[in-house]
Design a protein. Structure first.
Length: 199
């Protein structure tokens, strides 16, 4: 809705694609913020460029290398990685929908990007060995590359053993390391100690 109470027709058409779902509510919240930013920047919804969308993503919390202009969402925390990914998906979907209706086709071509699948992508998906291209979102935040996302570094066991000061804690660290200690394991309260709680 515009401030005067009229419906934003382009956004409404896009949100109706997700009618009755939680996605519709989430996308509506994100689109309202984006449309208010467009109005503040005097940008026409039908003439937005990819650089404008990248600048908006930078203003709400993504890492981009360009001048961002005036602050936005003053007093609010920047979006986290998950919210940034959702916002990127929302903006890409909205502008691709507009491009399919014949509005701002140039932006639609830039957003409709693809990439070569990696070895991990091929293993993860059904019939991954026959995939030649995967869709990608140029607005989405890049993920940190780690070879083993859930495994601890090689020297973690020694560092943990050096910080504990009780035989019980040494036993717990050794037991968990031998059993496959991974990032994200939460110890029960009776086993947690301040040095281990920080890991």
């Amino acid at each position: 809705m515009w401030p005067e109470g009229t419906v934003h027709m382009e956004a409404d058409r896009f949100l109706r694609l997700h009618d009755g779902s939680g996605t519709q509510r989430t996308y509506a919240y994100l689109l309202v913020d984006h449309l208010r930013w467009l109005e503040r920047e005097y940008l026409d919804f039908t003439a937005v460029q990819l650089r404008d969308l990248e600048r908006y993503m930078g203003i709400v919390g993504a890492e981009v290398r360009m001048p961002l202009g005036e602050p936005w969402r003053v007093g609010k925390r920047p979006y986290g990685r998950s919210a940034l990914s959702t916002a990127a998906a929302c903006l890409k979907g909205c502008y691709l929908h507009q491009a399919s209706l014949g509005v701002n086709g140039e932006l639609g071509k830039k957003l409709d990007a693809s990439r070569l699948p990696s070895r991990v992508d091929r293993r993860r998906s059904f019939l991954g060995h026959v995939k030649s291209l995967l869709p990608t979102n140029p607005l989405a935040p890049s993920r940190p590359h780690r070879r083993h996302p859930k495994m601890l570094p090689d020297t973690a066991r020694e560092k943990l053993l050096a910080t504990v000061n009780a035989a019980r804690d040494r036993l717990v660290v050794t037991w968990l390391a031998d059993g496959g200690l991974r990032i994200g394991i939460r110890l029960p309260p009776r086993f947690s100690t301040p040095p281990m709680a920080t890991l």
